[in-house]
Design a protein around this ligand. Sequence first.
Ligand code: ATP
Ligand code: MG
Length: 190
Amino acid sequence: MNIPIQQQRQQIRQQIRQSRQNLTALEQQKAEQNVTQQALQLIETRKARHIALYLSFDGEISTKKLIENLWQKKIDVYLPVLHPFSKGHLLFLKYETSTPMIKNKFGIIEPKLDVTKVFPTQKLDIIFTPLVAFDKQGNRLGMGGGFYDRTLQNWQQKHFIPVGLAHACQEVEQLPVEIWDIPLAQILIG
Ligand SMILES: Nc1ncnc2c1ncn2[C@@H]1O[C@H](COP(=O)(O)OP(=O)(O)OP(=O)(O)O)[C@@H](O)[C@H]1O
Ligand SMILES: [Mg+2]
């Protein structure tokens, strides 16, 4: 029997989120170390100065060490913020130690909207994206909002490259993809 694609995608989301939450503190630590090293290497190779990241939750690899490292190197870090009017879209705001943070409608911590801190997406060098599941082709399944699919549209014609960060347990053989899904340029596995 053919299971509808939406249902397949929901099942994968549930399964992978569960295995991610089951990772031990030590596994999480090692993954963070691995992915931080790989990300710093990539940033150096590309001479990237403007990096979009995200604050981890739900068992995602922690981005804390990476962000602290970038701050030390005086490389600018930006975080996604829900667009106030344009539904389903993201803005990227500069993230510093002094940035006032708020909880958005999804319960996710984000910088408080301040137009002077908005950085044009097309000027970013790398957008690191969270993801729930991925496959070898670089296909990406997120939490289901389509936020990154909108952000990454036609990225090949833009300046930035989209790079996913993931635990090995988030890989699946082949993701059931939809026409609007945007594959990633690269995925760093922790
Ligand atoms: N470029 C787009 N324009 C309009 N709607 C879109 C676009 N991209 C995705 N969507 C819509 O967003 C919804 C969720 O998409 P999807 O299930 O692929 O989310 P996701 O990739 O898991 O989430 P996210 O990108 O936030 O991590 C879908 O209903 C889809 O129609
Ligand atoms: Mg998608």
